[in-house]
Design a protein around this ligand. Structure first.
Ligand code: NAD
Length: 483
């Protein structure tokens, strides 16, 4: 049966590497019909700031699978990242980026490196919720959800299982972000119990990144949050020495996008010398995703054989390891000639032929019990000399007329009232924590609104508030540093 695939030729070297890739897929007998959409530079410049025309969305939705060449993002503000737009609009929660060293064929500092970064793709600081509410401080909201975390971690384990991997490493910064990153780590530990065949471990992201740069061979599958994953997948690609070779996928419940990890390389566009391997590897991931493991194996083994036979594009050509310097088209021709052959020096790829596309579901929603414990009121204030004791005395007096008390004030997270250090530098952004008088005191939204009204009436500029809850009986907010 013929299958429709949405294709975008992209910009710069995009059309050259896409032509090469589609020729290989056709020669491998994939029987695809390509629905071509235009995205990127021309669409941006025609005034559509997202880089995708409305009619292209229909094609994307209909076909559910998208093979995309790199696109050029025009310089200047106002252009949205097309990748971020597609990821968010189409619910692409998982980014999967394998990085492998082609030992003895292409130079790499780490010949045994073969790792996959699986990164949460929709949440974290990438929600893009930023505010400036005082003259001196700007915030960015880090949002981590339980369903989002469960889905990506389960996906990582299912992926590891489907691809015969042995070890899954989780990376977070939960020594600092105990609740957001803490949820990710805790969920990892819980879900890992369902996959006892894997060796599992957790690393704090800073030492984890350092180890990827120094001992990448010690990693297999890494699962992490959006920002950390973005950074470590680039570190991994860089140390493998193969930015032009790696492919990646972005996976959602009903839609997936496959591409090379590199950009549109305008410096070599039109010269016929671009390396199409990254997009070919992206296409191999696509073949696996849509349940065509034999074709994925056929194409990838032919690519590996071509590389080990020394047919190299200029970006990877080296006297010591290469035999013939080829352009994009000749490289594709050599791959096509080798369809059906297997590599000898490089490890032959054998995929699981029973592979089924991976679908994951988060657990059903369970309404938690919530008890209001207090409120953090943020105020924009400098007073005469930014003295926290002045602010503290005034707010304590206001709170004394309510069922709450001023527990503390922090400035950039550091406790400055009561008993702060005089050395702590204070900005104009103060977090004032009011708690109910005792565990037996019941407070509701009316109480916290009244408190805010009283603070406002005394002339304070309230810029935002955060409710403090006990969720299922547990404190669901962090203590201030020094609280
Ligand atoms: P780039 O990846 O395009 O190029 C970096 C360097 O690597 C260049 O010297 C280039 O010639 C080389 N290179 C990249 N791919 C190659 C290949 N397949 N074969 C041989 N050499 C290759 O990064 P850049 O220059 O920072 O970005 C150029 C444009 O691409 C920008 O507009 C950027 O926004 C865009 N971009 C798009 C994507 C995407 O669509 N997924 C990703 C990254 C960058």
């Amino acid at each position: 049966m013929q299958r429709n695939i949405t294709v975008a030729y992209g910009n710069g070297i995009g059309p050259e590497i896409m032509d090469a890739t589609l020729r290989i897929l056709d020669a491998a007998g994939c029987n695809f019909k390509y629905d071509v959409i235009e995205i990127g530079e021309n669409i941006y410049l025609s005034g559509i700031k997202s880089g995708i025309a409305p009619e292209s969305w229909d094609v994307l939705r209909r076909n559910k699978v998208f093979l995309k060449s790199p696109i050029t993002t025009p310089q200047g503000t106002g252009y949205k990242s097309l990748n971020v737009t597609i990821r968010k609009s189409m619910g692409l929660f998982a980014s999967v980026r394998p990085t492998v060293a082609y030992t003895n064929v292409i130079h790499s500092h780490f010949p045994n490196m073969d790792l996959i970064v699986i990164r949460e793709n929709e949440e974290d600081l990438y929600a893009g919720i930023e505010h400036q509410q005082t003259g001196e401080v700007i915030q960015c909201l880090k949002l981590i959800s339980k369903p989002g975390t469960e889905k990506i971690i389960r996906y990582a384990f299912e992926y590891a299982r489907a691809f015969g991997r042995k070890k899954v490493t989780c990376m977070t910064k939960d020594n600092i972000m105990k609740h957001t990153d803490g949820l990710f780590h805790k969920t990892f530990l819980e879900i890992a119990k369902e996959y006892p065949e894997f060796e599992t471990n957790h690393l704090i992201i800073d030492i984890g990144s350092a180890r990827i740069a120094d001992y990448p061979e010690s990693f297999d599958v890494i699962v992490t949050l959006n920002l950390y994953g973005d950074i470590i997948s680039d570190i991994a690609a860089e140390v493998a020495g193969s930015v032009g070779l790696a492919g990646s996928s972005n996976i959602g419940d009903s839609f997936a996008m496959f591409e090379a990890i590199h950009g549109s390389a305008p410096d070599i566009a039109g010269k016929g010398i671009a390396n199409p391997s990254g997009l070919i590897n992206g296409a191999v991931m696509m073949l696996m995703h849509i349940g065509m493991p034999e074709k994925a194996e056929l194409v990838q083994n032919a690519l590996l054989k071509t590389l080990e036979d020394g047919y190299h594009t200029p970006d990877i050509y080296k006297e010591a390891t290469s035999r013939v310097r080829v352009g994009t088209n000749e490289f594709a021709d050599e791959i096509i000639k080798r369809l059906g052959q297997r590599p000898v020096i490089l490890k032959e790829v054998k995929f699981n032929h029973d592979f089924k596309p991976i679908y994951v579901k988060p657990s059903p929603y369970v309404k938690p019990s919530k008890e209001l414990d207090g409120i953090d009121v943020f105020v924009d204030w400098v007073g005469t000399d930014r003295n926290p004791n002045v602010l503290g005395a005034k707010l304590s007096e206001i709170a004394s007329k309510t069922d709450m008390f001023l527990k503390m004030i922090t400035n950039r997270g550091v406790k400055v009232f009561p008993d702060g250090f005089s050395e702590t530098f204070c900005t104009d952004h103060w977090r004032c924590r009011f708690k109910r008088k005792s565990d037996d005191t019941k407070i509701n939204h009316n109480d916290i609104f009244n408190l805010q009204k009283m603070i406002f009436d005394e002339g304070f500029d309230i810029i935002k508030t955060e409710n403090l809850y006990l969720i299922n009986g547990e404190r669901a907010y962090t203590l201030g540093q020094g609280e």
